[in-house]
Design a protein around this ligand. Structure first.
Ligand code: MSP
Length: 650
């Protein structure tokens, strides 16, 4: 029976297109999954998308679409990229999938019943136009909304809470008993100190938006996105709909995540699972963040490292190699095209590519494509190969991708050196036939072991090597057992092809990238200017004062209501036809709860006449009424009957 192994990526938000950060987590997880398959494990690899919540609802609204249609489109973008990067996930979970909602609701109900979830009151700073709660330290002076610059108000709403406080001690005990639960160590320390500082209960439902999974039995509430999202690791596996698979693979061996979402995974998630009486995952690995060309990744800079562009420029395998070779997994790193080109030319083209190309060239030259029969095994290279395989298996157990690749390159470099020392051209010249056979065999057999070792990292190049060595079938169906020395059959025909990694003209590449960077910089300057302007606006609003020129922009006039009717399916909205002196126009006003259409006709009101038209319930509204908005309702000002429509109000 094969041992089971379960790895996951975070599920990605669909309000953003996939970028290099997403690609990084997914590639690391894929390499881990492939490596475990290669070491004879039965692997389940899960990735997917996180589709609920206010951010997605808002992003959809801004684009004038439904959240689901936006999600459908973005899911395609993620799936396309994963295909290009040769990601081998076994399932793709979407939080809008039915089976997922059922699992989330089941756990919610279970915890509600056990008392770990209770109904309480959430209190926070709320911005009504943005429909968002803010934390106190996110607000500007005067409790101003950081998004729109309007004042927020202290609001309370009913909310379900999870008793996180109850799990402080059990969590600390769990960390102590499982010191490798969080990797790397520095992150484990961070979590222990955070939990030791005390835990508050957390609000896990919202009533101020609706794009989410409803609380069972209380559908005014939707379940908080993180409660919803974390359970993907169970639902995507099959909990509740493929229990055999769930039984086989749960608990997860590693959840791969970025450092920014560590608390959710290392504190909330195990606490939810403890509350539900479920086994806990074995490890959460928090990797670092990438900057781009020395700078924090901004929207404009992202284009410079768009994963599709990187695949076009360097190929998927080289990108996979670079991301895992350049920085230790767990640390932050910087992506620069110069560094990327350098790695391709150095490690890949010079070290590995050249080794393989010259090995095959010499084989062709001296043995015309037929692999020679060695007299025995070369001790030095074969034992190094065995040691490297053993070390890499151990290193990968700890997700040491960089060290693993470095160790594989020890073998690459050793064989290159071996060739230089043995000098097969000299052996040929001196007609030392058997020695030449032994040397060429060692070179090629070494390459075969290298191909197997790199196959989880660079599956395409590994397959290419396999084919050129004349090996049959797919290297991806081979395992660590095939690394045993001597697997290359004498007499087999090699099929020499093109060099594995074409060299990159670094200077040309850098010039190209500089152009892209300059463009990105322009974009950044523009974005910065926009942000500065927005901040200025907020600052102005913060002192509550505007100057007269700002007020003068608003054209207020008296209007006469000529017709009024309710907007179908809306309690609040009334469609008015008003005479504003210069013209007649339609205005949709939210006063239907306080005024009937009959009492509105003939009334004089004040309207903002130069407001950009807006569509409300499909009706174009050209302007807005001025009214007093009290807690009890809306009151219109009284305008004497002798004031004609169109009279300006200052
Ligand atoms: N939806 C949540 C995860 C829920 S998991 C139950 C989420 N999604 S995300 O799309 O915003 O981010 C997903 C991953 O991308 C995170 O692991 C994050 O660390 C990673 N990255 C985003 N930007 C990154 C970099 N600049 N560098 C490296 N990874 C980064 O969070």
């Amino acid at each position: 029976m094969k041992k089971s192994y379960y790895v996951t990526t975070p599920i990605y938000y669909v309000n953003d297109v996939p970028h290099i950060g997403h690609a990084y987590t997914t590639i690391a997880t894929d390499v881990m999954a492939r490596f475990k398959r290669w070491t004879n494990h039965e692997v389940f690899f899960l990735t997917g998308t996180d589709e609920h919540g206010q951010k997605v609802e808002k992003a959809a609204k801004e684009k004038g679409r439904t959240p689901k249609s936006l999600a459908d489109e973005m899911v395609k973008r993620f799936q396309e990229l994963w295909k290009r990067l040769d990601i081998t996930n076994n399932h793709f979970v979407r939080t809008t999938d039915d089976y997922h909602a059922r699992v989330v609701q089941e756990f919610f109900s279970r915890l509600l019943e056990s008392g770990d979830i209770y109904l309480g009151e959430y209190e926070g700073w709320y911005c009504t136009p943005c429909e968002t709660y803010w934390l106190e330290d996110e607000l500007g002076e005067g409790m101003i909304c950081p998004d729109c610059g309007r004042p927020t108000e202290r609001l309370k709403e009913p909310s379900y809470f999870f008793k996180l406080s109850k799990y402080q001690e059990p969590l600390l005990k769990f960390y102590q008993e499982n010191p490798e639960f969080v990797r790397p160590q520095s992150r484990m320390n961070e979590i222990v100190s955070f939990v030791s500082g005390g835990l508050n209960d957390i609000s896990i439902s919202r009533t101020n938006f609706s794009w989410g999974i409803p609380v069972p039995g209380d559908p005014k509430h939707v379940i908080y996105v993180w409660f919803d999202a974390l359970f993907n690791y169970l639902s995507g596996l099959g909990y509740g709909w493929n229990n055999e698979r769930y039984q086989q693979f749960w608990p997860a061996d590693v959840h791969f995540i970025g450092k920014d979402i560590l608390r959710f995974h290392a504190v909330f998630w195990p606490a939810f699972l403890m509350a539900a009486g479920m086994p806990l995952p074995k490890r959460v690995f928090a990797h670092g963040w990438w900057t781009v060309e020395g700078r924090k990744m901004s929207k404009s800079l992202r284009n410079v490292v768009d994963p599709h562009l990187l695949i076009d420029l360097y190929g998927a395998d080289a990108l996979r190699y670079f991301l895992l070779r350049e920085v230790s997994f767990g640390f932050d790193g910087d992506f620069s095209h110069r560094a990327m080109a350098h790695r391709v030319n150095g490690d890949l083209a010079n070290d590995l590519g050249n080794l393989f190309y010259r090995s095959l060239s010499m084989e062709m030259k001296y043995f015309k494509g037929e692999i020679p029969q060695p007299s025995g095994r070369d001790q030095e290279i074969s034992s190094l190969a065995e040691a490297v395989v053993k070390d890499v298996v151990e290193l990968m157990e700890m997700q040491e991708f960089k060290k693993s690749l470095e160790r594989i390159w020890d073998l690459v470099k050793a064989i290159n050196k071996y060739i230089d020392t043995k000098a097969p051209w000299q052996l040929a010249k001196e007609k030392r036939e058997q020695e030449l056979k032994d040397t060429i065999y060692t070179m090629l057999e070494g390459c075969r072991v290298i191909a197997l070792l790199i196959s989880p990292f660079m599956p395409n190049k590994a397959q290419e090597m396999w084919k050129q060595l004349g090996m049959e079938g797919s290297i991806l169906e081979r395992s660590v057992d095939d690394t045993a020395w001597g697997g290359l059959p004498a007499g087999q025909k090699v099929k020499k092809g093109d060099p594995l990694f074409p060299r990159i003209d670094e200077e040309k590449m850098v010039a190209k990238v500089e152009k892209m960077l300059a463009k990105a910089e322009k974009g950044e300057v523009k974005a910065e200017k926009k942000e500065a302007k927005a901040k200025e606006k907020v600052a102005k609003r913060a002192d509550g004062l505007i100057d007269i020129s700002e007020f003068a922009k608003v054209k207020l006039v008296v209007a006469l209501i000529e017709k009024a009717e309710r907007v179908p399916k809306s309690e609040k909205l009334v469609k008015l036809q008003v005479d504003v002196g210069t013209d007649r126009r339609t205005i949709v006003a939210g006063i239907g709860k306080d005024y009937s259409p009959e009492e509105l006709v003939g009334k004089r009101v004040i309207v903002v006449a130069n407001l950009k038209p807006a569509k409300l319930m499909g009706i174009e509204s050209k302007g807005m009424l001025i009214a007093a908005v009290t807690k009890e309702g809306v009151r219109l000002p009284i305008i004497p009957e002798d004031v004609p429509p169109g009279t300006e109000v200052h």
